[in-house]
Design a protein around this ligand. Structure first.
Ligand code: NAP
Ligand code: G4F
Length: 346
């Protein structure tokens, strides 16, 4: 039986990856931060499932503290390590740049040092990101596109990206970067834009919210479904040789279009009026304003467009994403509507 160690097990990707690995017969160890209130909502269904009692273990610790990390990795004795922990919100990283670097950049080195010294045969996955491309040099982006990060988050991830490659070259570790484009799901944090939209649209439908207030409507992202991306992470660690791979859907969509699709799903057609921060999205039928813009959600530096070419992952790993952005919107709004209905009835 293989042992996996996951940092960031309580996050969106950590929860789907844990499900995936348990189904593949792994023993899964996860790093969990001490919190004054429960932070296991995304994995509570797994913790409560008697099938996984002997195969799922949580260890309290922090990627900012190498002393406890060493002990935990020793307890897990992993064959595979997935480093998913990070302060992952780009806008917030401008407010907490030092902390973002400590966890995203130095946290990765802390783990790599433990692997180098104690578990040189373990396989390592680093959660790299399309934010590395930032102010893009070319579209679509590939593994060969130069990087130009635009946030403290992106800068921290750049350090981690090169640390991963450096340890592979210097110490012959099996260490891979997964350069993942935006991937979303009903488990996505509520302040990332797709989830913010799906939740607001559902609450507006249920009469629980009046308006959705957003930042840059023109930003474009290559949005995929998180479940599709998890298998790609795992596949990277099953190859004869370590390498770096980009995972993306190959289609880019603006925030504005994502909003239209989400409202369309509940039967509302959005008409845009005005310009800049005065732009509003109006329900074409009722004339009611449902979407507004606020500078509160603008960033000091923006990533205007991301669009990935995942040909390498397709040909080398056989990885092909299954979910279109239209399907993704449907999955997310449906789940949030269900959630809002059950909250309203309790
Ligand atoms: P997420 O939902 O924000 O999860 C982040 C995880 O990291 C959470 O489990 C969080 O714990 C944990 N964490 C944060 N600081 C920590 C610390 N100091 N010590 C230990 N754990 C800590 O992120 P995600 O969307 O699942 O993404 C997973 C990884 O992929 C992240 O590294 C992210 O930067 C990267 N990535 C994500 C995307 C995407 O579109 N989702 C794309 C490219 C790359 P708490 O639950 O306690 O907060
Ligand atoms: O949903 P977002 O916050 O995601 P962002 O910044 O692209 O970062 C996510 O994807 C990265 C992969 O490319 C990950 F590495 C990272 O960890 C994270 O998961 O914002 C998407 C776009 C941005 O251009 C933002 O300016 O949406 C724009 N936006 C417009 N209004 C908004 C809002 N973003 C947020 N969060 N909230 C808004 O109200």
């Amino acid at each position: 039986m293989k042992h996996a160690f996951i940092t960031g097990i309580t996050g969106q990707d950590g929860s789907y990856l844990t499900e995936f690995l348990l189904e593949k017969d792994y023993k899964v160890h996860g790093l969990i931060r001490r919190s004054s209130s429960p932070n296991t909502s995304r994995i509570s269904h797994l913790l409560d499932d008697p099938r996984w009692k002997e195969r799922l273990f949580l260890h309290e610790g922090d990627l900012g503290d190498s002393s406890n990390l060493l002990r935990i990795v020793e307890e897990a004795s992993p064959d595979e390590i997935y480093n998913l922990a990070a302060m992952s919100h780009v806008k917030v990283s401008f407010q907490v740049p030092e902390y973002t670097g400590n966890i995203g950049a130095l946290g990765t080195i802390r783990l790599l040092e433990i692997i180098r010294a104690q578990f040189p045969k373990a396989r390592f996955y680093q959660a790299s990101t399309s934010e590395l491309f930032g102010k893009v040099f070319e579209t679509p982006q590939t593994e060969l596109t130069p990087f130009h990060p635009r946030s403290p988050y992106g800068v921290a991830k750049l350090y981690a990206y090169w640390a991963c490659i450096n340890y592979r070259e210097a110490y012959d570790l099996y260490a891979c970067n997964g350069i993942l484009f935006n991937h979303e799901s009903p488990r996505r944090g509520e302040t990332f834009v797709p989830r913010k939209i799906s939740l607001a649209v559902s609450r507006i439908k249920m009469g629980l919210q009046e308006e959705l207030v957003l930042g840059n409507l023109d930003a474009k992202r290559d949005w995929g479904y998180a479940r599709d991306f998890i298998e790609g992470m795992w596949l990277m660690l099953q190859q004869p040789k370590a390498d770096d791979y980009l995972l993306a859907t190959g289609k880019t969509t603006s925030v504005r279009r994502f909003v239209e699709l989400a409202f369309q799903y509940i039967g509302i057609e959005i008409e845009w009026q005005g310009k800049g921060i005065d732009e509003v999205g109006i329900d074409r039928k009722s004339g009611k304003t449902l979407v507004r813009v606020s500078t509160e959600f603008f960033r000091p530096a923006e990533v205007d467009i991301l669009l990935g070419n995942a040909s390498k992952a397709k040909s080398m790993l056989g990885w092909i994403p299954q979910t279109s952005v239209e399907n993704l919107v449907q999955i997310m709004v449906e789940a949030d509507l269900k959630k809002c209905k059950s909250t309203a009835s309790t």
